[in-house]
Design a binder for this molecule. Structure first.
Ligand code: 5GP
Length: 116
C-alpha cells in the first residue's frame, strides 16, 4: 500500500469518515476543508492516491489536467465569479500536512500576496 492510500483523504474517498462532499466523478472528489481559511475553502483530490505533486508521473498528466478542470467546475458551482486562489502545498517546506495530493480552492474574499 502506498503512503497516500492510508491517509484520511483516502478514507473520505471510501466513505469511511464523513466529509461535506460538493463534487465527485470517476477520477476526483471535492469536499469542504474542515478548517476553512476563507468563506469558501474546498479541497479537490484525485481518487488515485498520489502522495504529492512531485510524485506524479508522466502518465498522470491527463489526471492532473482533470483536477484543474475540476477546480474550475467547482469554483463555478460555488459562484466564485470574482475569482479564487488555487494552492498545492508540496512536502515539508511547502507546508503539506496530508500526504494525498490535494488542490485547495480558496474564495469568497480577496486574497493577499505574498503567502506566509
Ligand atoms: P495541506 O496543509 O496538506 O495542504 O492541507 C491539508 C488540509 O486538509 C488542511 O487545510 C486541513 O484543514 C484539511 N483537513 C485535515 N483533516 C481534514 C479532515 O478530516 N476533513 C477535511 N474535510 N479536511 C481536513
Amino acid at each position: 500500500m502506498s503512503e497516500a492510500s492510508e491517509t484520511l483523504f483516502s478514507k473520505i474517498v471510501r466513505r469511511e469518515i464523513p466529509a461535506d462532499i460538493v463534487y465527485e466523478d470517476e477520477l476526483a472528489i471535492a469536499f469542504r476543508d474542515i478548517n476553512a481559511q476563507a468563506p469558501v475553502h474546498i479541497l479537490v483530490i484525485p481518487k488515485k492516491p498520489i502522495p504529492k505533486l512531485s510524485d506524479a508521473e508522466p502518465d498522470d498528466g491527463a489526471l492532473l489536467g482533470h483536477l484543474l478542470l475540476t477546480v474550475q467546475r467547482v469554483a463555478a458551482q460555488e459562484g466564485l465569479t470574482r475569482g479564487y486562489r488555487t494552492v498545492i502545498n508540496t512536502g515539508e517546506d511547502g507546508g503539506q500536512t496530508v500526504h494525498h495530493l490535494h488542490l485547495h480552492i480558496l474564495g469568497g474574499r480577496a486574497m493577499k500576496w505574498p503567502p506566509g
